[in-house]
Design a protein around this ligand. Structure first.
Ligand SMILES: C[S@@+](CC[C@H](N)C(=O)[O-])C[C@H]1O[C@@H](n2cnc3c(N)ncnc32)[C@H](O)[C@@H]1O
Length: 393
């Protein structure tokens, strides 16, 4: 029991640490540029809300304030979360900007969130930018679930942020309650959640334009202590940053990358010339044992002329164009059960363990499985099942 409590605390400490990872300016700029390229008026006359933010730490507010006029924004609102409410103690030090403000109150600074707004040229220097941000304390702590922040959500057009990693799912549902446009950062593994995947399948949410294969570096609080779990630390411009793998943008705002179709080879050309040694020289693509589809372990090895269902790695979503492919479902868990009543056979499970499989699976387990050319039973890492909309002839 004691051990369980210890593990829970450890888990909480680990996930809450990641809740304080801050997005870098250039990563925001790169992603936003993709929406502007596709539609230069995407933000014109819009009210943008940046919740779970903090201009002292975060770059979202700075970026949008700097570009207020260029984007033609109607209003920019950003809110921060009270230091005392945070799961991870960041040793919050108020800045001079805050301390020198007549409304500064140390108690409120710790217990209340803040709201920053930008609508007009307050300084009178002829332009609207970051220097015109006005702020005051919120009534509450800035929790996105509080009525105060919900009201801001309801009144805004677009919600953009990197929400706390541990609350990603709650945050997405919070946005969807009001069907707003959004652009948020999350982990690609969130697609294993039924609600998240069904949005992607229905074409109501997609991945942003930045390729997520390399992961992203986030700024971490100055007192952040690296441990064996946080191996990829780097210091950039004197700031501590940490790499988080598998991080991507989720959005329902259109961008050009998702309308670029993949250039693919036919099945026979792949089998003859594929750059992947796992495909080149094979007689045929491997079929799953418990589902009528072929396994395609690399996105670029998708055969252009196959008209059946194909299981592809999740990195495919980075290249997904709704004009080229239809998403049928997912290859594991309840999502797989939705499209296939048949799980793994008893024999397959036995063969899987004989082949040295270490996962904990049993007969009828809802996951895709196949036999490789050596006759070994293999369960591939999460697959998305797709179909060509128009396979080439
Ligand atoms: C991953 S950080 C990202 C901060 C900033 N948006 C950025 O990208 O630089 C998430 C922030 O949300 C805050 N947060 C945690 N729980 C929250 C909640 N329930 N409501 C609002 N903000 C919360 C964290 O304290 C942290 O400052």
């Amino acid at each position: 029991m004691e051990q369980k409590a210890k593990n829970n605390n450890l888990y909480k400490a680990k996930t809450s640490k990641k809740d304080e990872f801050y997005t870098q300016y250039h990563d925001i700029e790169k992603e936003i540029n993709a929406y502007l390229e596709y539609n230069p008026n995407v933000f014109r006359d819009k009210i943008i809300l940046l919740p779970c933010d903090d201009p002292e730490w975060s770059s979202f507010t700075k970026y949008f304030a700097q570009n207020f006029e260029y984007f033609g924004l109607k209003k920019l609102i950003s809110t921060s979360y009270a230091p005392d409410s945070k799961n991870y103690n960041t040793n919050y030090q108020p800045s001079l900007f805050e301390v020198n403000n007549p409304q500064y109150d140390i108690k409120k600074t710790k217990k209340n969130g803040k709201i920053f707004t930008l609508t007009k040229d307050k300084t009178g220097d002829g332009k609207i930018d970051v220097n015109d941000l006005e702020w005051h304390y919120l009534k509450g702590d800035g929790d996105f679930n509080s009525p105060e922040i919900k009201k801001l959500r309801d009144d805004s057009d677009i919600i953009i942020t990197n929400p706390p990693f541990s609350l990603f799912r709650d945050f997405l549902n919070w946005i969807l309650e009001e069907k707003k446009h959004f652009l948020i950062i999350g982990n690609i593994n969130a697609i294993s959640y039924t609600d998240v995947f069904s949005l992607i399948k229905k074409g109501e949410m997609w991945l942003g334009s930045t390729n997520f294969n390399t992961g992203m570096y986030f700024k971490v609080p100055p007192d952040f202590i690296y441990s064996s779990t946080y191996k990829f630390e780097k210091e950039k411009n004197g700031e501590k940053v940490n790499r988080v793998p598998g991080v991507c943008w989720f959005t329902n705002i259109d961008h050009g990358r998702r309308h670029v179709q993949l250039k693919l080879q036919s099945m026979s050309d792949n089998l003859k010339y594929s750059k992947h040694k796992e495909i080149k020289g094979k007689k045929a693509y491997t079929k799953y044992d418990n589902y009528d589809a072929i396994d395609v372990p690399f996105t670029l090895a998708i055969p252009s002329d196959f008209d059946g269902i194909m299981g592809v790695p999740i990195t495919f979503l980075d290249k997904f164009s709704p004009e080229q492919f239809e998403i049928i479902g997912q290859g594991q868990g309840n999502l797989f059960r939705e499209i296939s009543p048949k799980g793994l056979s008893k024999k397959f499970v036995e063969d899987y363990y004989k082949a040295g499989g270490t996962g904990s699976i049993k007969e009828d387990h809802p996951v895709l499985g196949y036999y490789n050319e050596n006759g070994q039973a293999i369960i591939p890492y999460m697959r998305i099942l797709i179909k060509h909309k128009k396979p080439t002839k």
